[in-house]
Design a protein around this ligand. Sequence first.
Ligand SMILES: *Cc1c(COP(=O)(O)O)cnc(C)c1O
Length: 415
Amino acid sequence: MNKRIYLCLAHMSGNEMKYIQEAFDTNWVVPLGPNVNGFEQDLKDFCGVEGKEVVALSAGTAAVHLALLNCGVGPGDEVLVQTFTFCASSHPATYLGATPVFVDSEEDTWNMDPELLEQAIVDRIEKTGKKPKSIVPVYLYGMPAKIDEIMAIANKYEIPVIEDAAEGLGSRYKGQVCGTFGRYGVLSFNGNKMITTSGGGALICPDTAAKQEIMYYATQAREAYPYYQHSHIGYNYRMSNICAGIGRGQMTVLNEHIQHHQHVFALYKELLKDVPGITLHENPSADYDSNFWLNTILLDENLKVKGQEHAYEAKIEGAVGGAAGVTHAAKTLHTDCEPNTNVEAMRLALDAAGIESRPLWKPMHKQPIYAQNPAYVNGVSETLFKKGLCLPSGPCVTDEDVKYIVEQIKQAISF
Ligand SMILES: *Cc1c(COP(=O)(O)O)cnc(C)c1O
């Protein structure tokens, strides 16, 4: 085996260059233009919900930031964020001087637990005398959250919901596209997501007025004077017309990509069904229709993986999983919360076989930077983190690859 199999590599449709060429030919090499408008229209059509508008931005993180800003989040406020997520769900609250308050997951979808959410709201009101300013549930690995229940609680306490659908583009709950339930919906087009613009994101907005407001803050909050006039602090967050050209090309294969991820899931399901000690994450019921951005497995604690007694003996050298920008070397071999040794041994075995895998996201309430933040936990995300592994699932992963991956998983197990 000489090729390496990655979690989710970008895959071009062949249509991207046409839009990029058009941008050059018409000299729209700026953060606005026909591709930006076209991409926003394509995304809006994809959402399929009457009235919703979409703003294309430079990153999903920027979309979270501007959504929070527009929900009135500011210094001293609290935001309820799913703890089981990537840091971009919570960091923007801190950019605004607010405090992320973390809420744990339920076991069915691995996303925000509605019951804990309500407990957290009641307790924050009791402790601080004011309501959290917004709620950020996440569609982790593409799996829809229990969004009906979350919305019911949010509406009861009149707190706006910002759905972090960065990983959930094309996932559906009861047939409705994820990201269109709350006041705002966040999308990401980073290189490893369902589709890419090399880097980029978008915010699904409730109406044209909200879209205008988001665009205003995404372009340095400029007032309509002949000279630069500012009454607010803005940001340089608009997507460029070149990136949007890539996005328009990618939109032509979005449905194909979703089908491919779901096909890869079905194949894993078939091939892993008789492997004891390994559980694939699945849609909990017919209401849930995950895009299976990343397929994930849990390893039973008692499952013996070859070499697990030597896991964590070597520090990671270089960029973790090929991730760009990982320049801080690990200071220790261990942290106080890490995947079980059988999981790390499986990761190392797959890595040696040319297969990229990665532990599940480490919950935010277990991150050193958030050690002091309030957290409402039930142990679910921490347990999942210790047992789970993400497997290659992207558009470049073939049926042969999946068979090879499962074969390597079986070989790593010592029966
Ligand atoms: C990728 C991601 C983001 C941020 O998107 P970027 O485009 O990388 O800024 C936000 N939330 C989650 C859950 C993500 O996985």
